[in-house]
Write a protein that binds this ligand. Sequence first.
Ligand SMILES: CCCCCCCCCCCCCCCC(=O)SCCNC(=O)CCNC(=O)[C@H](O)C(C)(C)COP(=O)(O)OP(=O)(O)OC[C@H]1O[C@@H](n2cnc3c(N)ncnc32)[C@H](O)[C@@H]1OP(=O)(O)O
Length: 219
Amino acid sequence: MARYAQEDVTAAEVARQKALYGPLTQSIRELVDAAIRTEVDDDTVRAAQAEIEAVTARLRARQLEGSYGVRFTPSGGSRAWGNAVVGTRNAVAPPLVIHHEESGRAWSDFDLGAAYEGPPGLVHGGVAALVLDQMLGEAAGAGGKPGMTGTLTLRYRRATPLGPLRAEAHIDRVEGIKTYAVGHLADAEGVTVEAEGVFILPRWARERLEESGFPSRFE
Ligand SMILES: CCCCCCCCCCCCCCCC(=O)SCCNC(=O)CCNC(=O)[C@H](O)C(C)(C)COP(=O)(O)OP(=O)(O)OC[C@H]1O[C@@H](n2cnc3c(N)ncnc32)[C@H](O)[C@@H]1OP(=O)(O)O
């Protein structure tokens, strides 16, 4: 079963794996985009399907049981490489490269292509929620107040076009174990979606963090 795990792994090994899996994941993202937009003939589609199934079988020759989990490294970093928004090994993730400030702020510039469409040419509302959930959670974590999303409230002010976007978030206030973060998604014309979230660390995690300290960065 996937979990939070402490891993005995060197920084060089993390870098090696990142250099190996990052490009693989990017190739799969491009495959997803190509599959949505291809207009080749039927035989070519069937041949491509067979090749993809062969590649999948090769990768399945040795697999993790379950999902990737979140892995803490000896240097105090963490790897969430299966994460649906930022995961280095997750082709479903756009991925977002998120910048942090210890004051409790996070931001990211990224691009959402055809795989994230809802209404024609526009970002799916659930994808906007996915991105903002992560961004608000990262702002809370960056400010030393990590938690799970208790409540996430969104206001879709206008449609978000596919293409280049920016997401920003910051901690608004902290009330005991509840951290309130706010943020938005924006295109070149301005804000498209606003969000507010309450982040709460479950009791078991609060106890564990008190013992071990919170990771200072993602790797
Ligand atoms: C420098 C670099 C740094 C990098 C830094 C990165 C950091 C790393 C980033 C990770 C970023 C991930 C961002 C995605 C995060 C998800 O997507 S998490 C997945 C979605 N969320 C979930 O599955 C959560 C499911 N719910 C739960 O686990 C639990 O209900 C909760 C929310 C943890 C609360 O558990 P609990 O602490 O046992 O709750 P409980 O004792 O009943 O209540 C405690 C208090 O919270 C309140 N509360 C409870 N539930 C709720 C709720 N749903 N809403 C509002 N308030 C609530 C209660 O009313 C109570 O308040 P008071 O009465 O004390 O005022």
